[in-house]
Design a protein around this ligand. Structure first.
Ligand code: C2O
Ligand code: CU
Ligand code: CU
Length: 461
């Protein structure tokens, strides 16, 4: 079967699936798992005393909403594209059916201006995830299209409240207007950093929290570029999950390194006294800054962190390392002469990077060859080799992987969808290829992704 035929089949069958489930939902009662998003233009005040024009959101009137769905239950999200350009929405970290993954041409056609698309999926894992476009990705994300998606556990671990923190920068000038969204010379290096750090679209916000209560902070780094180290100061706080997967043993919330796309769930015991503010600190190369504060309010309810019920591990299959096949991936510069192709999903106009010596040409119909073909049910070890002097957060759609080892450092055993591959590092990760489809595989520094550092793995049904 040719790739094109297969792709047409794939797109055809997912369209049928959507139509069928739309009928089922219309017949049923309104569900808590039913949501709608409207990709919208808006003007919004980020910096005090200014209004930033030409922002983008998933709602017409403010920051992207936090979506909450339930583990193991079907959720439906109707996306209306009210922009004047195409888009598509990807649910980062969710191990769902390929046709719902939101990657242009690989899993669906872009959603044209004025069109709708209904996503329906059943998330197998609980935890903190996020969502963003995968079309004109740098511009759309840089202007605001990054939101937090929470998959709730069936049993409540016992928090008094839950606070999603959408952490990202914007590239704004002093007048609050966007400046160039990227610089080519930075795209060819570590990526272009933003100028204003925000949490939930606010610079250094304060959050009032019940004194003495237990709060689940859900950090989601949705920035297009920034790798940072995060810390909670002034309160008792433990990291309980990274990238939606619970840590077997929680660790103090210090030196939490998160790259674009990564998340951390933190259990915070709010201090008893109103004067004891807790701070979320972003440590950068040469300085550090408080990006949010949590202020104890009212009389202490005197909770204790050990009252929390530990989170259950997500049902990610265990790799069979004795019967694994090794696949090599080299992340490097782009070979000479690979020109980016024009696309309705935009191009930055440059090619700088490659995977296995091939630069991704852009979000165009293809067909393209996968970087590797995997057999359903089999274990693979991916050997990820970074030949470049820059760091690359490597992200795989549709399947979670286990960190095994690195030639540069000791890795804690962990399950994730995004791992920071440091400059010149070789890392081995393992996965069970249990989810058939064509799965995007790319760097989550979006300028790198859009200038070649992208491809896909095919898991054969
Ligand atoms: Cu967070 Cu390919 O995506
Ligand atoms: Cu993703
Ligand atoms: Cu990169």
């Amino acid at each position: 079967m040719s790739h094109l035929t297969r792709r047409e089949l794939l797109l055809g069958s997912s369209a049928t699936l959507v139509a069928a489930s739309a009928g089922a939902f219309a017949a049923g009662s309104a569900s808590a798992n039913a949501h709608s998003l409207t990709l919208s233009h808006l003007d919004y005040g980020i910096l005090p005393g200014t209004v930033t024009r030409c922002m983008l959101s998933f709602a017409p009137d403010g920051p992207p909403p936090v979506l909450r769905v339930k583990q193991g239950e079907m959720a439906a999200i109707v996306v209306t594209n009210a922009l004047d350009e195409a888009s598509v929405v990807h649910w980062h970290g969710l191990r769902i059916a390929n046709g719902m993954d939101g990657v242009p041409y690989l899993t669906q056609y872009p959603i044209g201006a004025g069109e709708k698309f209904r996503y329906a999926f059943t998330p197998p894992d609980a935890g903190t995830f996020w969502y963003h476009p995968h079309c004109n990705t740098l511009e759309q994300m840089a202007r605001g299209l990054t939101g937090v998606l929470i998959v709730e556990e069936p049993t409540d671990p016992g928090f008094d409240s839950d606070l999603p923190l959408n952490i990202r920068d914007f590239r704004l000038g002093g007048d609050g207007q966007f400046i160039s969204l990227f610089k080519a010379r930075s795209a060819a290096r570590g990526g272009t950093l933003g100028t204003v750090s925000t949490v939930n679209w606010k610079p250094a916000p304060d959050f009032d929290l019940q004194a003495g209560s237990l709060v689940r902070l859900r950090l989601a780094v949705t920035d297009v570029t920034r790798v940072g180290s995060y810390e909670i100061e002034g309160g008792e706080a433990m990291v309980i999950a990274i990238d939606a997967n619970p840590l077997p043993v929680p660790v103090p919330a210090r030196g939490i390194e998160l790259s674009p796309g990564q998340r951390a769930d933190i259990a915070l015991r709010v201090p008893d006294r109103e004067e004891d503010a807790v701070r979320l600190v972003l440590k950068r190369k040469f300085d550090q800054k408080v990006i949010a504060r949590f202020l104890p309010r009212g009389a202490s309810v005197k909770r204790s962190l050990n009252e929390l019920v530990p989170l259950q591990p997500n049902p990610v299959p265990r790799p069979d390392l004795n019967n694994a096949e090794v696949l090599d991936f080299i992340f490097g510069w782009s070979p000479e002469g690979d020109a980016p192709q024009a696309s309705i999903c935009g191009t930055l106009g440059y090619t700088f990077w490659s995977i296995n010596r091939k630069a991704w040409p852009g979000d165009v119909p293809g067909p393209f060859d996968p970087l590797a073909v995997l057999k359903t049910g089999k274990t693979y070890v991916l050997r990820l080799r970074n030949e470049t002097p820059n760091d690359h957060p490597i992200h795989l759609h549709g399947v979670s992987f286990h960190l095994l080892r690195s030639n540069k450092r000791k890795l804690a055993p962990h399950v994730t969808d995004t791992a920071l591959l440091r400059s010149q590092e070789t890392m081995e990760v393992a996965l069970v290829a249990d989810n058939p489809g064509d799965w995007a595989f790319h760097c989550h520094v979006i300028e790198h992704q859009k200038t070649g550092l992208a491809g896909f793995l095919r898991i054969e049904a």
